[in-house]
Every structure is written in structure tokens, then in C-alpha cells.
Design a protein around this ligand. Structure first.
Ligand code: ADP
Ligand code: AMP
Length: 210
């Protein structure tokens, strides 16, 4: 099963993609996670990507597309994958099509802008394993400490309110057009992302099939 997740930053794509990956045993590929891993390792790609990410802008397609297309050639993607955060532009969607990746579902996790701000302000990411939590909606057992690996939690630089506003503008301008794009392809499915995480997941499972 080949799936992409659409939705505004903070809509819950990563949260759902992890659950889908586990249930359907397909790899979860997040371009945001790949860029953050590169930043942490201090690679050239990481240095370039950080300049854009810190400003709430998209990393240019030239730095993003080949990375994903190469990743999808790996053995573990033979039976499918779930892409989280890619494509984010029409050019990326076209590149995916040209790479002969025929998708089964494009799931749009629909959350209005007014809910996004509180989602992002409360999101906390683990500096060790990258797991994400929310101070209200998905808290850790011990405040500030990752349940999975015990390391410290931080507020991502790009989750600060001034950057969130820019990311939302960029989303509406460059990524939202993908909703019509995939509706035209005939694979768009929309779920109400304002529900509890478990309810969003159940709605997705109904679409994908148990
Ligand atoms: P995205 O990958 O789309 O940027 P995340 O999955 O990281 O979004 O979710 C953003 C924040 O909102 C996280 O802190 C997450 O714990 C929280 N969250 C995700 N889904 C829900 C939900 N259905 N209800 C409330 N909070 C949620
Ligand atoms: P995410 O973790 O998906 O919220 O992504 C964090 C940031 O990484 C985004 O705000 C972008 O700057 C960058 N990024 C992630 N995926 C892409 C993509 N497909 N195209 C361009 N930039 C991306």
C-alpha cells in the first residue's frame, strides 16, 4: 500500500503516519525527520536545509526530490510506504509520478488554522529519538522527559509562533493545491483531524481497510 499524508503543519500527519506504519507494516518516511537527522549530524544537506526550515520556508525541490525518490528504491519499500511531509509542492508530486510510484491513497488530515497554533505551541520533540508529544493532548509520563528513550524534550525552533504563521502561509500557498491535484487523480480521502488521535486513526483505518 502506497500512501501519502496531506495536511497543514501540525495537523497530525506524523502522529497518524507512525500508527499506520505499525499497523500495516510499511515504512514511515518523513522528509522533516530526514532533514532534522541531517541537521543533527551536521551534514552539508542539513546545513542547507536548516537555513530554510528556520525561516518557515520549504527546502528547495532540488534538495528534496532525489532524496525521496532514492529512499523509495530501498528494499523495505517493496510492499509500500507511508510518506509524511512529501510531496509539498506540485513539482514534487509530478516528480513522484515520474518516478513511477503509483499511489493508492492521499489522506488529507483536515484541521483549521485556528487549531494549528495550539497544536504547534504544545508540540514537544525528543532530542534523542525524535518522538513527538503534546503538553496537553499527548503528555509524557514525566514532564519534559521522553517516554521512549528518557532524553529531554524541546520546542522545535520552527514551532515558535512567529515561524508557525509563516509555515501556514507557505502551506496554503504551495501545498494546499495538492488537495485538488490528488482529487483529480482520484485517490484523495479527507479525514476530520480535529477529533481525538484514536478517532482520526479509526477513520483512516476505515478508508485503508482493516
Ligand atoms: P504534523 O506531522 O502534521 O506536523 P504532528 O503529528 O507532529 O503533526 O502533530 C502536531 C501536534 O499535535 C503534536 O504535538 C501532536 O502530539 C498533537 N496532535 C496530533 N494529533 C492530534 C489530535 N488528533 N488531537 C490533538 N492533538 C494532536
Ligand atoms: P515537518 O517535520 O514535515 O513539519 O517539516 C519540517 C520542515 O522541513 C518544513 O517546514 C520544511 O522546511 C522542511 N520540509 C519537510 N518536508 C519538505 C518537503 N517535502 N519539501 C520542502 N521542504 C520540506
Amino acid at each position: 500500500m502506497k500512501i501519502i499524508m496531506l495536511g497543514a503543519p501540525g495537523a497530525g500527519k506524523g502522529t497518524q503516519a507512525k500508527m499506520i506504519s505499525k499497523k500495516y507494516e510499511i515504512p514511515h518516511i518523513s522528509t522533516g525527520d530526514i532533514f532534522r537527522a541531517n541537521i543533527k549530524e551536521g551534514t552539508e544537506l542539513g546545513k542547507k536545509a536548516k537555513e530554510y526550515m528556520d525561516q518557515g520556508l520549504l527546502v528547495p525541490d532540488e534538495l528534496t526530490v532525489d532524496l525521496v525518490v532514492d529512499r523509495l528504491q530501498k528494499e523495505d519499500c517493496k510492499n509500500g510506504f507511508i510518506l509524511d511531509g512529501f510531496p509539498r509542492t506540485i513539482a514534487q508530486a509530478e516528480a513522484l509520478k515520474n518516478a513511477n510510484q503509483s499511489l493508492d491513497f492521499a489522506i488529507d488530515v483536515n484541521v483549521p488554522d485556528e487549531n494549528i497554533i495550539s497544536r504547534m505551541e504544545g508540540r514537544r520533540a525528543c532530542v534523542g529519538c525524535g518522538a513527538t508529544y503534546h503538553v496537553v493532548y499527548n503528555p509524557t509520563k514525566v514532564e519534559g522527559i521522553c517516554d521512549a528513550c528518557g532524553k529531554e524534550l524541546i520546542l522545535r525552533d520552527d514551532d515558535k509562533p512567529e515561524t508557525v504563521k509563516k509555515r501556514l502561509d507557505v502551506y496554503h500557498d504551495q501545498t494546499q493545491p495538492l488537495i485538488d491535484y490528488y482529487a483529480n487523480v482520484g485517490i484523495l480521502k479527507t479525514v476530520d483531524g480535529t477529533q481525538d488521535m484514536e478517532d482520526v486513526f479509526n477513520a483512516i483505518v476505515t478508508i485503508l481497510g482493516a
